[in-house]
Design a protein around this ligand. Structure first.
Ligand code: CMC
Length: 428
């Protein structure tokens, strides 16, 4: 990373030199840190489309070329060859683990999968139809009460392992609670993903064996969701973390950010949209028309991305994976055909072509989750489970950053100028 060049800003007859920061992939940012103290000006970028909020060594995206890499490794290679736990390690510590490091990491996580028994009582307090994302964010925030030590690096390290280990348990318990089944305790003899599947789908009265197709497919889904640089939820985690809030509060905030339909909940909304189209007898035209009509309030869910303007590499992998998984599990899902038809129509449509709108990660993921037996209201929780190591890595990076500063954006005020208070009885 270098800061050798300058950009020049001319304003009101004066010239200001602004240093430029160049990333390892040639991305260029104008450094405006001293802009306000030196000039009184601020930058204005609602939605932060042209703003770099930090420098980061975790994930690289080139949206024009459809490139996504974690710590330099292409997503395609990781999805094909790695495991979710290995990717967790890579994101957190920057390198692929050596065999002993991998063994120790897996062992450490497996020692922390059980929840404090008192935490189970929380589940009883939620109404039966509580959304599992609400349950997840609440339980993650509540972990701060059980693991309050944060002063030393060792505390933070332990809390990271606890969080990675317990989120699958919380997620599975929230599902079991919603269907009135008994909780299935973690089985530490199993790997991370198999253990999660067992907690989700086993019942105490029957044998449970993990289907290798389901496991492999879930590993891939989780890897594809594991990080995505400065998206809304990761930025939320960094924002909250910048106040020196503890890990659990910061990640809980990230889960809340993910719950919005423009972000993580899009996967649930895609399936709901495809079901609607199916019920409507496959009337694609009607939905395309609505998606293009701003007054309809309807968007084609699973389409479009702030960063990807060519294709989303995760969606490409998932489209193929959807075919493979459904075939291997002998599942026939008419929603897959509806999705493919809709995609084909949208990709030919001028509105979508001009705006560079392509299927994103959420377009096909829901169809795979359905085939794996995961209910629709758990889809965003699955996204959260996948994104967890990314959030934790972003939180860790900000805590280790020598340039660490509380995040505190400025604004352009557009409200009233000063006016005088009028007592209640004198207001007409
Ligand atoms: N359907 C119809 N029109 C769209 C869509 C869509 N899905 N997405 C964007 N547009 C239009 C938008 O109306 C705007 O049109 P115009 O230029 O005429 O005003 C133009 O395309 C640019 O859109 P934008 O809203 O300015 O783009 P953005 O970068 O602010 O938003 C987005 C990105 C993902 C929020 C948006 O594309 C969207 O709402 N997509 C649907 C929800 C979705 O699938 N979200 C998941 C995102 S990927 C996973 C994740 O990050 O969680």
């Amino acid at each position: 990373m270098s800061e050798t060049k300058n950009a020049v800003l001319k304003y009101d007859g004066k010239e200001y030199q602004l240093p430029v920061k160049i990333g390892s992939e040639g991305e260029i940012g104008i450094v405006t840190k001293k802009l306000r103290p030196e000039t009184g000006l601020i930058t204005y970028d609602p939605g932060y489309g042209s703003t770099g909020s930090c420098s980061s060594a975790i994930t690289f995206i080139n949206g024009e070329k459809g490139i996504l890499r974690y710590r330099g490794y292409p997503i395609e290679q990781l999805a094909e060859n790695s495991s979710f736990v290995e990717v967790m390690y890579l994101l957190l510590y920057g390198e692929l683990p050596k065999p002993q490091e991998m063994k120790d990491f897996e062992y450490n996580i497996s020692r922390h999968t059980i929840l404090h028994e008192d935490m189970k009582k929380f589940f009883e307090g939620f109404p039966p139809n509580a959304h599992p994302m609400t349950v997840l964010s609440t339980m993650v925030a509540a972990m701060a009460a059980y693991y309050p030590k944060t002063d030393y690096a060792e505390d933070r390290k332990n809390n990271i392992i606890r969080l990675l280990a317990k989120v699958p348990t919380i997620a599975a318990f929230s599902y079991k609670k919603s269907i009135g089944h008994p909780f299935i305790y973690p089985d530490n003899s199993l790997d991370y993903v198999s253990n999660f599947l067992k907690m989700m789908f086993a019942i105490p009265s029957e044998e449970y064996t993990v289907n290798p197709v389901v496991k492999k497919s879930l590993e891939k889904l989780l890897i594809l969701h594991a990080d995505h640089e400065q998206n809304a939820s990761a930025s939320t985690v960094r924002m909250v973390g910048s106040t020196e809030a503890n890990l659990f509060h910061s990640i809980s905030a990230g889960i809340h950010a993910l719950s919005g339909p423009l972000h993580g909940a899009a996967n649930q909304k895609v399936i709901e949209m495809l079901e609607k189209i199916q019920k409507d007898g496959g009337d694609y035209e009607k939905y395309m028309k609505m998606a293009k009509d701003k007054s309809s309030g309807f968007r084609l869910m699973g389409f479009g991305h702030r960063v990807y303007k060519n294709f989303d590499p995760r969606a490409v992998i998932l489209k193929k994976s959807a075919d493979d998984v459904l075939k291997a599990l002998q599942v026939e899902d008419p929603l897959l055909d509806i999705a493919k038809n809709l995609e084909a129509i949208a990709l030919e449509d001028d509105y979508f072509v001009q705006r560079k709108l392509y299927p994103n990660v959420d377009f096909y993921s829901g169809i795979i989750y359905r085939a794996l037996g995961i209910p629709t209201n758990m889809f965003t929780v699955m996204f959260a489970l996948g994104r967890l190591p990314g959030w934790v890595s972003q939180w860790k990076e900000i805590n280790d950053d020598p340039e660490f500063r509380i995040h505190r954006p400025r604004q352009i005020y557009t409200g009233y100028n000063e006016r005088q208070y009028v007592p209640l009885d004198q207001r007409s």
